[in-house]
Write a protein that binds this ligand. Structure first.
Ligand SMILES: Cc1cc2nc3c(=O)[nH]c(=O)nc-3n(C[C@H](O)[C@H](O)[C@H](O)COP(=O)(O)OP(=O)(O)OC[C@H]3O[C@@H](n4cnc5c(N)ncnc54)[C@H](O)[C@@H]3O)c2cc1C
Length: 385
């Protein structure tokens, strides 16, 4: 749960006011693509992140499901203000974790319940029988967050599409250049992008009236994914075939729109939600994890100042965080949902319009990725542990 990238001053401010504990369950083997406005990302000292493809000039290639190229361009030619960084989730999390003081993270500590403590703060009950009392709880426990549920948030809403994701592994090196590849079919689309000299991330997003049964047999999942695109370009099939069974995951896509007046606030009585726990959004703009990181930076900055004062100041900081972040999150959730509906079209005429007119002639990268230009406040790098 509580997670952030404390800076020197921020970290010491937190530590001087008590212990920071982070509960962590597991690290999924997926990848995040960060579309970002240049210079506009978090000041997370990315030099220590293993962004292997970071400096390569990425090309975006869009194709129809029969392999026909619809459009291809270098990001820097279409919009010099944009770039792509594809980061393996494991690398990102391990890197962030490595900057925290030792023993701050309790691995495999599953939260069972949370409630207000009679004499202030919150009481967290863990599934292993342990208990934690906390002055401030930062719920960063994902889309099925028990903390958000306790705060009165509704279940996220299924949007009618599911996604398969995986990581193709090529121990001897893969043949792909620094390209983000998108392939559009009817009611189904796929993509793949190299994230290191030996790994290629891929996804398939497809329409499905319901999320369907949960499949636990990993090889079945991979087979199901493969069957969806078996007549599609060979490069995609090769990446799927080079994916170990156990890294393929299927996710029903969901979101939650934070309607003003109807949705609970992101914070109450020293408990606050961050990332997907607060604002699950569909992945169509590639912004969910970016926003979770932005949340963390904004929250940590506000809390660091307030921790020197009393509970009133802390509550005010949490309210301030909720309001500031709502203004960014709400439109993104809605836009991502809309973009997903358009991309998942299955009507043949509409798909022909998309492939022959919209993608090649109408869509411009700059305006489409305008939302990535978010300026976070500067965090100084942490120098001591
Ligand atoms: C198909 C797909 C593609 C995506 N692509 C992108 C992309 O390209 N770019 C991008 O920015 N975003 C992308 N996203 C979104 C991104 O994955 C999420 O927004 C991001 O992971 C949210 O981070 P989080 O820390 O809030 O939640 P999570 O990453 O879900 O982390 C939550 C953590 O809480 C733990 N947890 C859960 N329950 C408990 C409990 N009871 N007790 C203790 N711990 C618990 C979990 O084990 C997990 O470690 C994509 C999402 C999907 C589904």
């Amino acid at each position: 749960m509580p997670s952030a990238s404390p800076t020197n001053s921020v970290a010491s401010s937190f530590r001087s006011k008590g212990t920071v504990r982070t509960l962590k369950m597991r690290i999924l083997g997926a990848t995040l693509i960060f579309f970002r406005g240049k210079g506009a990302m978090l000041n997370l000292d990315v030099s220590y992140l293993n962004l292997l493809m970071a400096s390569a000039p990425y090309r975006l290639v869009m194709r129809a499901d029969d392999g026909r190229e619809l459009r291809s361009f270098l990001f820097k030619d279409e919009d010099p203000g944009q770039e792509v960084r594809a980061v393996e989730r494991r690398v990102l999390l391990e890197t962030l974790a490595s900057r925290l003081p030792q023993n701050t993270i309790n691995f495999s500590s599953r939260l069972k319940s949370i409630r207000k403590h009679d004499s202030g703060g919150s009481l967290l009950e863990l599934e292993d029988g342990g208990c934690l009392r906390a002055k401030i709880v930062i719920g960063c426990d994902g889309v099925r967050s028990p903390i958000a549920k306790w705060m009165g948030f509704s279940e996220p809403r299924y949007v009618g599409h599911c996604a398969f994701r995986g990581l193709g592994v090529y121990p001897g090196g893969h043949p792909h250049k620094s390209k983000v590849n998108y392939i559009y079919g009817r009611g189904i689309r796929a993509g793949f992008v190299p994230i290191s000299p030996t790994k290629v991330y891929w996804f398939i997003c497809f329409n499905s009236a319901s999320p369907g049964p949960k499949i636990t047999d990993a090889s079945l999942l991979k087979q199901e994914a493969f069957n969806l695109v078996r007549s599609w370009p060979a490069e995609l099939l090769d990446v799927i075939q080079n994916t170990p069974d156990d890294v393929v995951i299927k996710t029903p896509l969901v979101d939650r729109w934070l309607w003003p007046g109807l949705t609970p606030s992101a914070s109450t009585n020293g408990v606050v939600v961050v990332g997907d726990a607060w604002h699950p959004m569909t992945p169509n703009l590639g912004q969910g994890a970016c926003c979770a990181l932005e949340d963390s930076v904004v929250l940590v900055k506000k809390l660091a100042g307030a921790m020197q004062g009393g509970q009133d100041l802390v509550d005010a900081a949490l309210r301030d965080y909720s309001q500031e972040r709502w203004a960014r999150i709400f439109p993104l959730c809605a836009r991502s949902n809309l973009v997903g509906s358009l991309l998942q079209w299955d009507n043949p005429l509409v798909c022909a319009f998309r492939n022959n007119i919209m993608v090649p002639k109408l869509v411009r990268l700059g305006p489409f990725l305008e939302h990535t230009k978010f300026e976070c406040e500067v965090l100084e790098p942490m120098t001591s542990r």
